[in-house]
Ligand binder design. Structure first.
Ligand code: CA
Length: 329
């Protein structure tokens, strides 16, 4: 079965160097050296990995905010360069790679234009946004042009985690009873940044953006970042009578959101998500190169609760439709 995975990461040394001119890389990213050259590689070990694990196509994205710490004027230039580099890199392999744009969030109007350029010029599949921008969540009005452009172009926006606010990290995740290293893991990929993206999803829904842009599509990894399990509660505590929205929170979630496993292979969670959200709203993602466990093909194929048609949707058809990727001939 054809497999398209949509949360697979890339970076370029030139972009890292550009960022480092303006800011010291956050401590967290220094720890990411454990993935070695896997992030910058395209046609070496990456394609070997894909072949070995039956992945036909990866949709690539920059792994962290490309320009959030640099001045707005520089952010636009760096993001354009980042997207140009990624487009150049995948050009020789149109059957194996597609890409999400990275956007200069410091200038939302320019960001919307950059999204349009990447979709029209490079056939990029949408954009990936990591975390918030300098403490501002994306339901704020200033970011609306980006989402309006995504809806107009009919491309999704992928919400990806990034290091959380330091005050929240200190208050919620740090304790004298365990190490700073564990606090950092707890606050980031262990739990904290998943909750952070989950909160972001709900903020977006509560802002009414999906009433304004009913066609807007948001992708959330890691099985929706905790929110699916709380949809019933969210509906109960914040019904349309209180929110003033046209629909229940769960209805927006089930219509406007698409979720992926991002390398979390829990069979019970998978079955629950299919029951709750439906196979039409699940796409496949490995989170390469951070996750390199090799059994995600078998994990999908062995899911007894899925029909073959549902497996096809999750494996590639949803991604082909939502990301406008050319399918099998
Ligand atoms: Ca990731």
């Amino acid at each position: 079965m054809r497999i398209v995975t949509i949360e697979e990461h890339f970076t370029a040394q030139e972009i890292i160097d550009e960022n480092n001119k303006f800011t010291e890389a956050p401590e967290f990213y220094k720890s990411m050296v454990f993935v070695g050259n896997s992030l910058t590689d395209i046609d070496g070990e990456r394609i070997d990995f894909m072949d070995k694990h039956k992945i036909d196509m990866q949709v690539l994205s920059y792994t962290s905010p490309v320009s959030d710490q640099v001045p707005a004027s520089e952010a636009v230039r760096i993001c354009k360069r980042a997207n140009d580099i990624l487009a150049e890199k995948i050009k020789p392999h149109p059957e194996r790679f597609a890409a999400f744009a990275t956007l200069p969030m410091a200038d939302p109007v320019e960001a919307a234009q950059e999204l349009e350029r990447c979709v029209k010029e490079y056939n990029f599949c949408g954009a990936l946004l990591a975390g918030q921008f300098q403490g501002h969540f994306y339901e704020e009005k200033s970011f609306f042009p980006i989402f309006a452009k995504a809806a107009e172009l009919d491309v999704p926006i992928s919400f990806h985690p990034a290091p959380i606010n330091q005050v929240i990290q200190d208050f919620y995740y740090t304790s004298p009873e365990y190490s700073a290293f564990i606090a950092g893991q707890f606050a980031s990929a262990g739990f904290g940044w998943h909750l952070d993206v989950g909160v972001h999803e709900v903020r977006l829904i509560l802002s009414g953006i999906f009433d304004k842009l009913p066609n807007l599509k948001i992708i959330a990894g890691h099985w929706g970042e905790l929110i699916p399990a709380y949809l019933e509660r969210l509906d109960y505590m914040m019904p349309p009578q209180s929110t003033g929205l046209r629909k229940k929170i769960s209805e927006y979630y089930k219509e406007n959101f698409y979720i992926t496993p991002s390398g979390i292979l829990s069979p019970m969670q998978f079955e629950y998500m299919v029951t709750l959200i439906g196979a039409e709203h699940i796409m496949w993602a490995v989170d390469y190169p951070y996750i390199k466990q090799g059994n995600f093909y078998e994990f999908l194929m062995s899911a007894e609760f899925l029909t073959n048609e549902e497996k096809e949707l999750i494996a590639h058809k949803n991604a082909e439709k939502i990301l406008h990727i050319k399918g099998e001939n």
